[in-house]
Ligand binder design. Structure first.
Ligand code: COA
Length: 309
């Protein structure tokens, strides 16, 4: 899809819209999509924009060419910032954190990581930041940090211990041993692995399943799943009922608010400072529903009396 002047994604991030799915591609194939500061900035702007774009019902994150992403760019993210001073390093980290987990983890739309190839180190954070993940069986993943002398920071270690078991996390963090997509599925890092040639089709299938759900309920369901992990049973029980109620409330609450604004701003029918807004349309709808329910109840009673039950 041709990029418009107003689109926030640039050369390092591509976005393609397709029947409710926004395919977001990390696009530095000549550098195995290594994540540099420019990509970080473009990702932040892209995610911000897609959150409000109706063409994006589900966001799929993937990489161009033969890589998902070869982690952080060793040249631009590490070497060039090393000598630029603390402020520059902190800024680069802030941008990175912003999109890789702060935004992605709580993204208002469902997200799927489609791991199509090389996936190392810093790429684990956005992969785990996505709600669901599917890998190509042929993909190669690895916590390579230990191989070049750092520990997996950038919340990579956190992402790993949240998805893998304790022993496996320690094993791969300490050895830096690469593994394939099939193993990633066994480890629980991704939901499933499929042959590369089926990867896009299977990802689309999953995205379509998500598109069929009520978006408000889906949003609350995924956020609740993330939050309850850190709650005790009592708090979790209360929280889940509250979230469930909130999700059901969304549609009507939004209609009510819209109606009130219209009644005040356009129709000049009421003043919110002085009175409560009465949504006559939905009240009528509700009373119609109530009447129909009453009628059905009466009918059922009559029927059971007739049959002598
Ligand atoms: N940072 C910066 N540049 C990277 C990079 C990274 N993380 N990963 C790959 N590149 C660059 C290479 O330097 C090379 O650039 P050049 O063509 O200008 O020389 C280009 O991408 C292609 O990489 P190359 O190593 O030639 O490809 P390959 O197919 O032989 O190997 C990898 C692919 C991914 C196995 C290998 O590039 C690699 O090990 N990358 C580093 C992965 C890593 O440890 N990331 C963790 C960072 S936290």
């Amino acid at each position: 899809m041709a990029k418009k002047k107003t689109d926030p994604w640039g050369d390092t991030v591509l976005v393609e819209f397709d029947a409710g799915i926004a395919w977001v591609t990390m696009n530095r194939p000549s550098k195995k999509n290594a994540i540099n500061p420019t990509m970080g900035r473009e990702m932040c702007a892209t995610l911000e924009t897609l959150a409000l774009d109706d063409r994006c019902g589900v966001m799929v994150l993937t990489g161009a060419g033969d890589s998902f992403a070869a982690g952080m760019d060793l040249q631009e993210y590490f070497r060039e910032t090393d000598d630029a001073g603390d402020e520059v390093i902190m800024k680069a980290r802030r941008i990175n954190e912003e999109w890789q987990w702060r935004r992605l983890r709580d993204y208002p739309k469902p997200t799927i990581a489609m791991v199509n190839g090389w996936c190392f180190g810093g790429a684990f954070t956005p992969m785990v930041g996505c709600d669901l993940a599917i890998a190509a069986e042929e993909a190669t993943l690895g916590l390579s940090e230990i191989n070049w002398g750092i520990l997996p920071a950038g919340n990579v270690t956190k992402a790993v211990v949240e998805t893998m078991g304790y022993r496996d996390a320690l094993y791969y963090i300490m050895t830096g041993e690469p593994f394939d997509g099939k193993r990633a599925a066994e480890l629980g890092l991704v939901n499933e692995a499929v042959p590369l040639r089926q990867l896009r089709r299977r990802t689309r299938e999953l995205a379509v399943t998500l598109l069929e759900k009520n978006p408000a309920v889906l949003r609350n369901a995924k956020l609740a799943t993330k939050r309850v992990r850190y709650m005790d049973w009592e708090v979790s029980a209360d929280y889940l009922y509250a979230k469930m109620g909130e999700a059901l409330f969304f549609g009507e609450a939004a209609d009510n608010r819209r109606g009130a604004m219209k009644a005040f701003l356009d129709d000049k029918e009421y003043r919110p400072g002085l009175e409560h807004y009465k949504d006559t349309k939905s009240a009528k709808k509700k009373s119609g529903k109530k009447k129909a329910k009453k009628k059905a109840k009466k009918k059922a009673k009559k029927k059971s009396r007739k049959s002598g039950k």
